[in-house]
Design a protein around this ligand. Structure first.
Ligand SMILES: *Cc1c(COP(=O)(O)O)cnc(C)c1O
Length: 356
């Protein structure tokens, strides 16, 4: 027995992150990291920030970063919260806001961290099924639900919901807090961000991890009306005043300001997504319509777990979820052009070997 554990710990089921092995030559397409290096300006800003000033605590209010975000997203700084990755932002917002009477609704096939936070904070869960085509239908949200969270585009399907559908839901349910997790929105979906002024029950969460190629930096954001943001500040300041360090703050500001890098990077990822999607369809895969930096695919005649295992033996990692309804799918992050080609080649070999 773990004799010093607080009782609730034994019943927790923590989130399982994708593997992060350090193998030479590994083609890592399993955790939706950006295959390209981050903005050179961001790296330069972080080098500069790694100086004598590190003896001082960072600004607990992340003022300069919130100002930079306010400028480029046309918001007020008091409509912005910054955290140590959007996972931390989500943790704070579940603790601060998602425990509304009626419980928390989320798509049953979605980011699997949501039910973990619900369990951690004792929040009732109200998962709702996807439609047969794997899209989200907000008419399926339980009438009682006091809060709703959904990724848009959804993970792991990559399918985006039109902003209008989300706004209409938020307008029809003013008593329900609606949180849109836009971790992948920059790869071709529309954002709900312009509507947080109009709707005081709408919150948008974003991250630098995917579309700014800074997963290692750990910076994420929430955008909402000031009283929702203040709720997150209260939890943060009851937990750790300094969640965003000086180096991260400098890198994040430079990354946000480097529009040219951002536009070129996302255009490249979207172009590779199209090429990869076509190539996968040519070798017998069904490919869901992705607006994210990954594809969710299943083969007409080959078992997904076996394909994932075969790829692993060829030093290529993707993500397979052994979960009812999606266990014949592989989630493949969009790599650079060489990685995408290597993946197609490996799949061609696996498919023909198994068929023979
Ligand atoms: C990657 C991801 C996150 C977490 O991003 P971090 O900012 O790296 O913590 C949150 N939500 C979804 C849906 C994601 O895919």
């Amino acid at each position: 027995m773990k004799r010093f554990w607080n009782p609730f710990l034994s019943s927790l089921t923590p989130y399982v992150p994708g593997e992060q092995p350090r193998l030479e030559g590994l083609i890592k397409l399993n955790t939706n990291e950006n295959p390209y290096p981050p903005s050179a300006k961001a790296i330069e800003a972080m080098r500069k920030a790694a100086d004598d000033s590190l003896r001082l605590y960072p600004d607990p209010s992340t003022t300069a970063l919130r100002r930079a975000l306010a400028h480029s997203y046309r918001l007020k700084p008091e409509e912005i919260f910054v955290g140590n990755g959007s996972d931390e932002v989500l943790a704070f917002l579940f603790q601060a806001l998602m425990g509304q009477p009626g419980g928390c609704a989320y798509p049953a096939i979605s980011y699997s961290f949501y039910p973990v936070y619900c369990q951690l904070y004792g929040i009732d869960t109200k998962p709702f099924e996807l439609s047969d085509d794997f899209s989200i239908d907000l008419a399926k949200v339980s009438h009682e639900a006091g809060s709703l969270i959904l990724p848009n585009p959804n993970a792991p399907t990559g399918i985006a919901l039109p902003v209008e559908a989300i706004l209409e839901h938020a307008r029809q349910h003013p008593q329900r807090l609606v949180v849109v997790d836009e971790a992948y929105v920059d790869f071709g979906a529309a954002s709900c961000l312009p509507f947080i002024n109009e709707l005081d029950n709408l919150m948008v969460v974003q991250t630098l991890s995917k579309s700014r190629a800074l997963a290692g930096l750990r910076v994420g954001f929430a955008f909402a009306s000031p009283d929702l943001i203040e709720a997150l500040e209260r939890v943060k300041n009851s937990f750790n005043s300094y969640t965003v360090d000086r180096v991260a703050m400098a890198g994040a500001i430079a990354a946000i300001e480097d529009e040219a890098w951002f536009e070129a990077n996302r255009a490249q990822v979207m172009k590779s997504r199209k090429t990869l999607s076509d190539a996968l369809q040519n070798i017998g895969f069904e490919v869901l319509d992705s607006k994210a930096n990954f594809l969710f695919v299943r083969h007409r005649s080959h078992d997904a777990a076996k394909l994932a295992q075969g790829l692993r033996q060829k030093n290529i990692l993707d993500r397979h979820f052994a979960k009812a309804g999606i266990d014949q799918f592989l989630r493949i992050s969009i790599g650079d052009e060489d990685q995408c080609q290597a993946l197609i080649l490996a799949l061609q070999i696996l498919i023909s070997a198994e068929a023979a």
